[in-house]
Design a protein around this ligand. Structure first.
Ligand SMILES: *Cc1c(COP(=O)(O)O)cnc(C)c1O
Length: 467
């Protein structure tokens, strides 16, 4: 049975149920599995022809231990992926002879985060419901995470969800995808500040252990292990459809918090033959700089047309660092302390050169040019995040003989301004969101003040009333 340990080595060892409900480890670290489930070539081959939901149940069951029965979990994956508007859930398109695009954006909010969050919402319901417990979900968003988390938790009796976004600093589509969800357990808070202010407040609430216990606070951002776990599945399913396990595959992953590409790394640890994992960043390039120099150093955040990757530091990166240092929690703690004190640290490049990662960055002009070129050459409209993946993928791929799969992380209509600027055409929202701009909105604007936000949440979280 897989158990979960903290990357800082000082928090209790947990089982799957505890790790889903906890989110962040109490020592400030992130939970990772102690061992990786292994899949043989025959088992990987057996994925061919399975539905996406069945493949997810098959690949993820070992991570659950005894916490959820096979039948219950199979029902959950079936339900989670029935909410996608494409029968294949994550269809693959061909761009060139050996270049492919995996469309991860057919979920309810049009970004890849639905793949994990639709499942996480059901996990909360199941795990909390059977204990007659409730939890309070708190998160900060610069756009996509918030709407995907809200969509996953809306109307669920076991959870109340509070999402902080920077007032006036998310796109109209992104804001409306959150604020037009009117279920009583959904609380949108517009903070008079920027995204870093929102994130700092959420962090402070998590570090207040008394508040955290009182309200049973859980995290839906990608520090929650279940998020990363659910993302492992599509690396396997697309890999098998392109010839794995006989043929190795390369992936290019538009990256911000390193959750998605870390799931690819997990897939390789579990037996999928991945030749290359390409970490693609926009000009907020801390990850690209790290993989090319060994130095991980903070810098300021520049707003870009691929805003879901505008980050200063990558939260999931700590999971990779832990692996890189032989699962030594003390070593990771020391590096994270250094990041706080000195804004950066370096690791030995020889550690990185043996790995499967490559990385590169793409600036704004290149992003627009890639959107335009992809439409001209392959008749496919991509969003700016996907364009970053395509551009860096071409630059970093080792060989044209290995199929290269770029992850299409958002629907182009989610970022209409950038797409229109590149192509001259305004991408239309899919049918289920077509009337988004006619719907009523509900949100609360609050000052950038921790005390005010905490009392707002405390007054509304139903955790304090009986289930
Ligand atoms: C969140 C997001 C990313 C970045 O994913 P990480 O797991 O944070 O690296 C890329 N593209 C889109 C559209 C996203 O919403």
């Amino acid at each position: 049975m897989v158990r979960y340990i903290s990357t800082r080595g000082k928090a209790p060892v947990l089982n799957f149920e505890e790790v889903v409900l906890t989110g962040l480890a109490r020592d400030g670290g992130l939970y990772v599995p102690e061992t990786w489930p292994q899949f043989s070539k025959d088992e990987i081959r057996s994925l061919a022809g399975m539905s996406y939901a069945d493949a997810a149940a098959f690949l993820l069951q070992p991570f659950l231990g005894e916490c959820i029965s096979e039948a219950d979990f199979k029902a959950m994956t079936a339900k989670a992926y029935a909410s996608f508007s494409h029968k294949a859930v994550v269809p693959v398109r061909q761009l060139d002879s050996n270049d492919f695009l995996m469309e991860l954006y057919h979920g309810p909010t049009l970004a890849f985060k639905d793949v994990a969050l639709q499942l996480l919402g059901l996990l909360y319901d199941h795990l909390l419901g059977r204990q007659h417990r409730r939890a309070t979900i708190i998160g900060a968003t610069s756009g996509d995470t918030g709407s995907a988390a809200i969509e996953a938790c809306r109307g669920r009796d076991a959870v109340d969800i509070f999402i902080l976004h920077p007032a006036g600093r998310v796109s109209d589509v992104q804001r409306r995808q959150m604020t037009t969800v009117l279920d009583a357990n959904v609380h949108n808070i517009a903070i008079e500040g920027d995204f870093d202010d929102c994130q700092a407040m959420v962090k402070a609430m998590f570090n207040d252990l008394e508040f955290r216990d009182e309200l049973s606070v859980s995290a839906v951002n990608s520090i929650n292990w279940a998020r990363v776990m659910a993302q492992i599945v599509y690396y396997f399913t697309v890999g098998v459809s392109l010839g794995a396990p006989e043929r190795p595959i390369a992936f290019s992953v538009p990256s911000g918090n390193f959750g998605d590409v870390y799931a690819g790394y997990a897939a390789s640890k579990m037996g999928l033959p991945i030749e290359q994992l390409i970490v693609a960043t926009n000009r907020n390039d801390i990850l690209s700089r790290f993989f090319n120099s060994g130095e991980y150093r903070k810098s300021s955040v520049d707003p870009t047309i691929s805003p879901s990757m505008d980050i200063q530091v990558s939260s999931n990166f700590e999971r990779f660092l832990f692996d890189l240092h032989g699962c030594d929690g003390a070593a990771v703690s020391a590096l994270m302390q250094k990041l706080d004190d000195e804004d950066g640290f370096a690791v030995n490049m020889s550690l990185l050169n043996e790995g499967i990662f490559s990385a590169g960055r793409c600036d704004e002009a290149e992003t627009l040019a890639t959107i335009r070129r992809t439409l001209e050459e392959s008749a496919i409209t991509v969003d700016p995040h996907t364009a970053v993946g395509l551009k860096v993928g071409q630059e970093c791929r080792k060989t044209a003989d290995t199929p290269l799969v770029t992850l299409a992380t958002a629907h182009p209509a989610k970022f209409p301004d950038a797409v229109e600027k590149a192509t001259g055409e305004h991408p239309a929202l899919p049918k289920h969101l077509a009337n988004l701009f006619a719907r009523d909105e509900r949100m609360m604007q609050l000052p950038n003040d921790l005390g005010t936000v905490k009392s707002y949440i405390r007054e509304r979280a139903r955790i304090l009333s009986a289930v």
